[in-house]
Design a protein around this ligand. Structure first.
Ligand SMILES: [Mg+2]
Length: 445
């Protein structure tokens, strides 16, 4: 039984972390302890920093974790876009886990109940090194044979870098990209690490947004990508949805040229073609092609989604529960999208803690398409938690857990300890140094 004796007197007493790596990315699992012996789990987003959670510890100590919205409004000023949203969002999830355990109900029930008993999963699929569309098609076909009903692959300028005459940029820029920032073209298997951006040129290239790189695709480059997708479709057929991601840092005009070439291959959505902050460019892109336009994994809070949705910039949004502000904010974002006929695909690249939080929230959404998974090829991924029916992913779906909170019994200490990030060692070590962190948090005078 997880019920605590008196939810009204529940108080937060501690917040601790463990950093894992290889799941397939690095991420931080957080644990919030209470005065009544129950703990809640959350997670800071992939490739983020636990500091974003730890700096909030002094602000939540002594609070009743069941007052999720009250605590969220207290700490949300300390979140930001992309990885900066990880602390606020991760804590919010741990609060829902605690509230569910305190009252003996699953998180989806606290979010308004469920629309479905299982969540459709789509898995990111990548093929290392130089390869053909047929190679990618065969990798995707294997996913289908595992039961997955929705596919996504990377497709972009990374495929063109070693193909003469396919890409055009200020002379020398492509060579510098290959030398200093090759990881931005393919980081599917892992996280961006500090040493990848420590060189001044690496940092500058990684932080040059799409409109400013000066990269263009030639007709030969578009032919190459079109042939690649045709080969993929020849292997997997035309009946399964296929989304594309990681096109590369290219201006919106070339995105439009590319999209028009791709229309006949029935692309489910194209993702993050230009930065989400450029609302007008998303509107232009969406209005220039019949391929659904999608973005959102780096947007913190509902307002950023609302702007894009109301401007008509997206057909599909792609929020990450560990960036957007957590479960209740994700539910609110989905509801805004629902009102405007926009579908939700949920971004997720972390441990089962984040996955199950997303599963509960997706269950409570009206308009969800599918939930992402990056970890199909990580054999120990589902074993990080105990108390769930295995396999966790069956025929491309995850069943919505019915146990209180996020629905798993506990972390599997042995598995977690075997995959602690060697650069950030320690298993839920004391964090007392953060107990007294303070600033005057009022944001008006
Ligand atoms: Mg993506």
């Amino acid at each position: 039984m997880n019920f605590c004796s008196n939810p009204s007197d529940l108080k937060i007493t501690d917040l601790r972390c463990v950093d894992i790596d290889g799941a397939p990315k690095r991420c931080t699992i957080i644990r919030i302890d209470t005065n009544q012996g129950i703990s809640g789990y959350g997670e800071v987003r992939d490739a983020s920093s636990k500091t974003y959670a730890l700096m909030l510890k002094s602000r939540i100590l002594g609070e009743n974790p069941c007052n999720v919205d009250k605590i969220f409004r207290k700490i949300k000023q300390f979140g930001g876009h992309s990885r900066q949203g990880g602390g606020v969002s991760g804590i919010e999830i741990a609060l829902w886990d605690l509230a569910g355990k305190a009252y003996g109900v699953p998180v989806y029930q606290l979010l308004g109940g469920k629309f479905r008993d299982e969540i459709r999963i789509y898995c990111d699929t990548d093929v290392d090194g130089r390869h053909t569309g047929r190679d990618m098609g065969l990798a995707l076909k294997k996913r289908m044979e595992m039961g997955f009903t929705f596919l996504k692959m990377d497709l972009g300028i990374g495929l063109l870098l070693d193909e003469p005459g396919t890409i055009n940029a200020p002379l020398g820029f492509i060579d510098e990209m290959k030398k200093y920032a090759s990881h931005i073209l393919n980081v599917q298997g892992g996280s961006v690490e500090a040493d990848m951006v420590k060189h001044q040129k690496s940092y500058a290239i990684v932080n040059t947004a799409h409109p400013f790189t000066g990269i263009h695709l030639t007709e030969k480059g578009l032919d190459f990508l079109e042939n690649y997708v045709r080969e993929v479709r020849e292997v997997i057929g035309y009946e399964v949805p296929l989304a594309i991601d990681h096109f590369g840092h290219v201006c919106v005009e070339d995105c439009i040229r590319f999209a028009r070439r791709m229309e006949k291959y029935n692309i489910a959505w194209m993702e993050d073609m230009v930065p989400w902050i450029f609302t007008d460019q998303h509107v232009r892109l969406r209005n220039s092609t019949t391929i659904p336009n999608c973005t959102g994994e780096d947007i913190y809070l509902k307002e950023g989604f609302e702007t894009l949705i109301k401007a008509g910039g997206v057909s599909v949004i792609h929020p990450d529960i560990l960036t957007c502000g957590g479960a209740l904010e994700l539910k609110k974002i989905a509801d805004i999208a629902d009102d405007h006929g926009v579908a939700v695909a949920v971004h997720m690249a972390e441990s089962p803690v984040a996955c199950l939080a997303a599963v509960h929230t997706a269950a409570a959404m009206h308009n969800v398409l599918a939930l992402e998974l990056h970890s199909v090829d990580v054999p120990w991924w589902a074993d990080m938690v105990t108390g769930l029916e295995k396999p966790l992913i069956k025929d491309g779906f995850i069943r919505v857990p019915e146990k209180p909170g996020l629905g798993f019994d506990d972390l599997n200490e042995e598995v977690i300890k075997a995959h602690i990030n060697p650069k950030i060692p320690g298993y839920f070590l004391p964090t007392d140094a953060w107990n007294t962190e303070f600033s005057n948090d009022r944001i008006w005078s």
